[in-house]
Design a protein around this ligand. Structure first.
Ligand SMILES: NC(=O)c1ccc[n+]([C@@H]2O[C@H](COP(=O)([O-])OP(=O)(O)OC[C@H]3O[C@@H](n4cnc5c(N)ncnc54)[C@H](OP(=O)(O)O)[C@@H]3O)[C@@H](O)[C@H]2O)c1
Length: 306
């Protein structure tokens, strides 16, 4: 039986991962799941029954084989003040550092560490059509500094003998997350391209995101992994496809000036900029995506459920 510790397990990705892993537990594949949460009473309500929730690492009473580190303050919730940026950074970098400090003292540290990051690692860019692989250059901004710091903190686990994977995740499409924020406008026919619409929006379906994490647990893959579907789209294409799937017009543009006015630096980095990130490492390893193109991913999410 392997024991997995998940931080951020109550969140959008973590919850879907735990549900998938818990169902494999029922299939007797041999994983025991522990979620580290700031609020375990709340976390248990959204997680499968077999998951144990703890609020502090000192509550661990067995060695951890696999650490999956997803915790972090939401990034796209509101404008970034200096205080907000510090909270966003600390909730990832300091939290990861604290995990490292704890496991440095452990008799048996985890042998696999899978830690969050984002395509924001590559920084800004508006109409750069060059595909960005895991070796892609960085155009520095707050997001890139945040991801670099988060990755460095996680990378230290290799000094403890762990295989470390860094999930450079694109926009995860599912019932929660970014899509749930976009939907109201699109449903009322008020959706459309943002700014020039030429910025790239690398995305990944939540099922594939979970599949990638489980793949990283079970296969010999290491270092940064671009967790994005093989066919990234521009923001204009994204709006058009979402409108088509929802059968709503998606032609109401949102000018860059309004985005900057409403959302400041957060809007600029997360909504107006974006690079054409591709999952080179996963593809080289033969990973099979369930959803490679946006239309099929959105159709799966919005098709009427029987
Ligand atoms: N979803 C995406 O599209 C996407 C894209 C790129 C990267 N990512 C990254 O992947 C990770 C997981 O994403 P997600 O969408 O599942 O995030 P999420 O739904 O916001 O969940 C993150 C979890 O982190 C914990 N958390 C929140 N604020 C925290 C804080 N201040 N300090 C410590 N822990 C805190 C919470 O767990 P508790 O309340 O139980 O402690 C929360 O459930 C995030 O770090 C995110 O930046 C996500």
């Amino acid at each position: 039986m392997k024991t997995i510790l998940v931080t951020g397990g109550s969140g959008f990705i973590g919850r879907n991962l735990c549900m998938r892993l818990a169902s494999t537990v029922e299939e007797r594949s041999g994983y025991q799941l522990i979620v580290l949460s700031r609020n375990p009473e709340k976390a248990v309500k959204v997680l499968p029954q077999s998951v144990q929730c703890i609020s502090d690492l000192t509550q661990l009473n067995q060695p951890i084989d696999i650490l999956i580190n997803l915790a972090g303050e939401p990034i796209a919730d509101r404008r970034w003040s200096e205080k907000r940026k510090a909270t966003i950074s600390q909730s990832r970098i300091q939290t990861t550092q604290a995990l490292y400090e704890y496991f440095k003292q452990a008799d048996k540290p985890p042998s696999i560490v899978i830690s969050g990051s984002a395509i924001g690692y590559y920084g800004g860019g508006i109409a750069n059509n060059q595909p960005v692989t895991e070796e892609g250059a960085v155009e520095p901004n707050f997001s890139s500094q945040l991801c670099a710091g988060w990755e460095s903190a996680a990378q230290q686990f290799d000094q403890l003998g762990a295989r470390v994977c860094l999930l450079r995740t694109g926009i995860v499409l599912g019932q929660q997350g970014a899509l749930s924020k976009l939907l109201p406008a699109f449903k009322f026919g008020l959706g459309g391209p943002i700014a020039s619409g030429q910025q790239w929006m690398p995305w990944v379906h939540i099922e594939d995101m979970v599949k990638i994490i489980i793949y990283a647990m079970q296969n010999d893959i290491t270092g940064p992994i671009n967790c994005t579907a093989p066919q990234p789209v521009t923001n204009r294409e994204f709006a058009k496809t979402l409108g088509k799937v929802l059968k709503r017009p998606a032609i109401a543009p949102m000018p860059a000036a309004i985005v900057k006015l409403l959302f400041g630096q957060m809007g600029d980095e997360l909504m107006i900029q974006g690079q054409s990130v591709i999952p080179q490492k996963l593809q080289q390893q033969g990973f099979q995506f369930n959803y490679s193109d946006l239309h099929s991913a959105l159709e799966q999410l919005f098709k009427p459920k029987k």
